[in-house]
Design a protein around this ligand. Sequence first.
Ligand code: ZN
Length: 258
Amino acid sequence: MIATKGLVDFHCHLDLYPDHQAAVRESEEAGVFTLAVTTTPKAWPRNQEFAQATRHVRAALGLHPQLVAERASELPLWEAHLGETRYIGEVGLDAGPRFYKSFDLQKQVFKHVLQCCAKAGNKIITVHSIRAAKVVLDHVESYLPPSQGKVVLHWFTGSNSEAKRAIELGCYFSINASMLDNERHVAMVGDIPLDRLLTETDGPFTKTAERPSKPADVAVVVEALGRLHGMSAVTLAETVRSNLRSLLELGEEGRVDA
Ligand SMILES: [Zn+2]
């Protein structure tokens, strides 16, 4: 297993582990750049407080599409915190059977989120797109000009042609181990240009060795992506780190941790 220092977990729910603060500390000690996504803007202040005390953890301001049915009324609160962070998520759309009834409302919320991000500028947004790849990309294309923000598609499972469209729109992709368990998804992931790849765990919703994944487990993804591209895990890890730097628009000298 490769060293965890310098790896990237661009989508992890640190506040959903039994001990949030311990989960933050563990990421920090492992030296994994971890984007701590939130599902409701009410969770933002505490996530931001914990993240600000670290070098490697950053918090993202979210309103999860699976919670929109009950929590769309928190959209003004989401907007009130927008100026406090560059990182947004988890946001997006979910057209799975359990959440389809709120799909129209989800679309309204996601449109507003993208419009607010476009207006503010310079945001980096981690986006959920279960069974909704096309509509997510339609929204990104309509409401977020590429100069106004960047989208990272989290756990993207769209078709090859949808992935191609996302690439043309300038999106990045954060890949997790579960995606690479599925043959069809492996083929799609294999076609994503190396310079658009990031890695994630989506912990605690995925498992590694029969327990909820932690950010350091992103090493498994790095190794699998390395095998897929015929590259060493170390080289693949460097590629992802450099993609993170360009996503954040920092030069070679720029510190991702800064
Ligand atoms: Zn998630």
